[in-house]
Structure formats: C-alpha cells, structure tokens
Write a protein that binds this ligand. Structure first.
Ligand SMILES: Nc1nc2c(ncn2[C@@H]2O[C@H](COP(=O)(O)OP(=O)(O)OP(=O)(O)O)[C@@H](O)[C@H]2O)c(=O)[nH]1
Ligand SMILES: [Mg+2]
Length: 470
C-alpha cells in the first residue's frame, strides 16, 4: 500500500471535514473512552473483529462519509496545513506536534486526528494511542524531543509508510552515520587508490585486495569480489579508474539483490532466533516483536534460553515493554520442551507470530548445536513447516568471526536469514559483503543502535550507496 493511497483525504478542500473536538481536560483513558463511545465521525464501527484488528491501517478503506465539522479552530487549521503540506510523514508529524511541548490530551487528540484524517479505523487509532501512552509512562518520557523519533517510527510501521522515501532517507542517514568508521576503512582508502592510479593495472587490483581484506571483507570474499570487478572492467573494455565506482556499485547491487521468497505461512509463524552469546539475540527479538506489534500482529516471545534465569527475566521485561505475550518456564528447563509448549500455547491463543529465543552457550557438557537441532525438530513436529524462519544474529563488531559463526550454524541447523547487529560505530562493516558473497544468506535487518527503532530492514542498495558515497 503506497503513500499516495493515503491522500484521499486531501483531495479537495471541500470534501473533508475534521473529527469532532474532545474535551482537552480529559486524561488519555478518558479521552479514548470518550472517543470510543462518541465516534468522531461517520466511522461508527465499534469493536473490530480479530481479523480487522490485524489489518494494518493502510489496508482499510478510507471512510466513505467524513466526520462532522471541526469544532475547534486548531482542527480546521491543522486540516488545512496538512492538506497543503508535502505528503510526507515527517512533515505531517511536524504539523501535528507544532506548538506541543509534551504528552497530554492535546497530543492524543492530534494523533487521533491524524489517524482519522488518513482514513484509519478508529480502533486502530485508539490502540496506537493507548500503547504509545503506556510506553511513554514506562520510559518516563514527557517531552516531545524525547519521543518524537520513536513516534515517527511507530507511525511509519502502523501506517505502512516505512518504504516511503521519507522514512528511507531517514534510515539512509542513520546507516551512513553508522557506517562512518567502516567508510574510513573502505571508501577513503579506495578514493586514495583511485586518485593515485591512472590505470586499473595489476598493482591497482592488488592494492584493492589489501584494502578489502583490511576492511574485514575477508580473504575469500575479497578474491571473489575482485575477480568479479576485473571481469566487469574486462567486459567494458576499460582500465580507467573513473569507471571503478560504477562497477563496484553494480557488483554490490547484484550481490544484495536477493531472491523473492514465499513469505506466507500457516499461522502462527514460528521464528527461531539463534547465535552465540552476547550478539544481541534477545534485544533483536524485542525489536522484531515491537515491529510486528506495530504492524498489527499478535506476538508471542518464548524463553528458550533456560541457561540463565536472568536471560528469561530479560526477555520477559522486553515482552512487557513492547506489549507482546511471553511464554517461559523455570531456569534449567529443557529448551526443546519450552519451544514445544510455547508453540502449543501460540496455536491455542491464536498468536500470529512467535519468536523463540535460544541460548548462546550452554553448560560445557551439552553441545549447543545438538540442543538447537532438537529445538528445531520439536518445532517441526508440533507445527508443520516450523520453524518457518531461522534467524542467525551476528555481531558486526566481531568481524571475521561472523563468518565462522555463519558457517557453523548453517551447517548445524540451517540459516534462512541473518540479522547483523551493532553495525553502528564499528569499522568492520565490510563483513556484510563477506557474508553475502560467501554464504548467499540474505541479511534482512541491521542493528544500528540499542533503541527499538534502531533495527531496520537491510537495503543492499542503500548500503552500497552509503559505503561508496556515490
Ligand atoms: N550498539 C548496539 N548495541 C546492540 C545492538 N544490538 C544489541 N545490542 C546490545 O548488545 C548487548 C547484548 O544483547 P543481548 O540481546 O542480551 O544478546 P544475546 O545474544 O541475547 O546474549 P546472550 O543471551 O548472553 O546469548 C545488549 O547490551 C544490547 O543492548 C545494536 O544493534 N547496536
Ligand atoms: Mg539472550
């Protein structure tokens, strides 16, 4: 669902009327109750069916008939300002937040107004507001500057606007910033190489190899990459270094293209999250759960890491924070049994997706890979096709170790996708290229920091552009 489909509301200045005003003295709960019992507009639906609940906002048609006339001057003003603004989420949010200093009834009114103006169902708006309010309380955030970024992230997910240019450029900026140190190692060195050679001769390619190996692209992947680049230069019949960046950009674009895959599953979708200790499995689950929740899914997380009591508690706290369901048993419980029971629970309780956390290390006597194989088998027995995805979490700061981990886990249990964490601030980002070249496993998300919004879909094209500074 694209951005412009959401613009129905702004088509003509006469065909739209704003939602009714709500008493600004109301607390968030009173405000939401009031807006539920007194629907502000022609959208009179009450409780949505579970299926409707799971529909993202954009999938819902804009109401045919529009709400009653605005009763408050700010609503009329905001309607006009939104219509005249560029159709970008950041612009809309700027207008919605204009003049506001912090959370409170006015914020809820304005957010509710934005949802309705975009034709989102009422239940969706109130659910969003309730969750956001609870999150603000938990984080003890009051001021707009503390929560603006998270709010935009949530809106982008809830309204399915993450793919739009606006969000993509925000992400691109973040990716570029995160890659600063890697760029020091690759881009600036390549720029130096290009300016010091008149021709892409043997010496040029050798120096390029050195740069790439030093930048954690790795020995084998560097060889493959350089051979491919030489082949491109040969085919284009040129030795001019000016053509190099173009070849490199094409090569990286091909590398990260990825195949289209069937994403439909028999619910609940079972996702097994694996990786060595400390790479960011548990926090990645929290971030993925948060994303899925914002996209309207019912999410369960299962504490399959029973090695440490703290690991279960950590997951439980995250589940509460993002509003997901949690399934866990005591410390030392059999991880495969936890996984089995959790899926059983997810089926009964009609969850849409379940993330199974696993340990990154075990007591020395037990082999981690054997344990993971057991969990995988059990999941498949309980629910056909499960695990639908095995996500390997890899820490980018470990550089070349990321490659041996990918190899090890792929051979033992199979890896469907990789989430590369801690790409922010590492100089070892070149490992992304090595993983893609050597294993062909898609990198689906990258971690660019510790906040919820810092886990974002990986876009190879953006990565290449950020890296090459093209
Ligand atoms: N800077 C940064 N830190 C991250 C990122 N992802 C995770 N972390 C941090 O990495 C640390 C370890 O994360 P966990 O999620 O506990 O790692 P784990 O793989 O579950 O660890 P074990 O349960 O011990 O196996 C935490 O402090 C996270 O906040 C990221 O993308 N960027
Ligand atoms: Mg963990």
């Amino acid at each position: 669902m694209g951005f412009f489909s959401k613009l129905k509301f702004w088509q003509s200045k006469d065909d739209v009327e704003a939602p009714q005003a709500v008493d600004p003295e109301l607390t968030p709960e009173e405000f939401l109750d009031a807006s539920e019992t007194t629907p502000a507009g022609a959208d009179t639906e009450t409780e949505p069916t579970p299926a409707q609940k799971n529909q993202p906002a954009a999938a819902q048609p804009a109401p045919e008939e529009q709400p009653a006339k605005a009763e408050e001057p700010w609503q009329a003003e905001l309607t006009l300002a939104l219509r005249e603004a560029e159709p970008r989420l950041s612009q809309w949010l700027a207008l919605v937040l204009e003049g506001l200093e912090g959370k409170g009834p006015e914020l809820w009114q304005r957010l509710d107004f934005l949802f309705r103006a975009l034709g989102a169902p009422e239940a969706e708006a109130s659910d969003f507001i309730k969750r956001f309010d609870a999150w603000l309380d938990m984080m003890e955030y009051e001021r707009v500057q503390d929560f603006r970024s998270e709010l935009q992230y949530r809106l982008a997910l809830a309204l399915e606007l993450e793919d739009e240019e606006d969000e993509r450029s925000r992400l691109f900026l973040k990716l570029s910033e995160g890659l600063e140190k890697t760029k020091d190692k690759i881009t600036r060195q390549i720029d130096g190489l290009l300016s010091s050679h008149d021709s892409m001769d043997e010496e040029f390619w050798e120096e390029l190899e050195e740069i790439l190996i030093m930048a954690d692209v790795g020995f084998d992947a560097t060889h493959m990459l350089v051979n491919n680049l030489r082949e491109r230069a040969r085919k284009a019949d040129t030795n001019d270094p000016a053509a190099f960046k173009g070849f490199m950009a094409e090569e990286l674009a091909d590398l990260f293209k990825g195949e289209r895959r069937i994403t439909a599953v028999n619910p609940p979708e079972v996702v097994m999250v694996i990786g060595v200790n400390g790479v960011g499995k548990t926090t990645t689950i929290a971030k993925l759960a948060h994303r899925a929740q914002m996209q309207g899914k019912r999410v369960l997380v299962a504490a399959g890491d029973t090695f440490r009591a703290a690991a279960m508690e950590q997951l439980q706290v995250w589940a509460e924070r993002v509003g997901a369901g949690f399934y866990g048993k005591g410390e030392g419980a059999d991880p495969a049994a936890v996984a089995f029971e959790a899926v059983d629970y997810a089926i009964k309780e009609r969850y849409d997706i379940i993330f199974v956390d696993t340990a990154g290390r075990l007591h020395t006597k037990v082999n981690l890979m054997e344990e993971l194989k057991k969990i995988k088998n059990v999941l498949g027995k309980k629910h056909p096709g499960a695990p639908h995805r095995s996500i390997l979490v890899v820490d980018a700061t470990t550089g070349q170790n990321a490659l041996s981990q990918t190899d090890l886990f792929s051979k033992a249990v199979g890896v469907d996708e990789i989430v590369l964490t801690k790409l922010d601030g590492t100089a070892k980002g070149g490992v992304v290229v090595a993983i893609a070249l050597q294993f062909g496993v898609p990198i689906t998300f990258v971690g660019l920091g510790e906040r919820m919004e810092d886990l974002r879909p990986f876009n190879g094209q953006d990565f290449a552009t950020a890296l090459l500074g093209a």
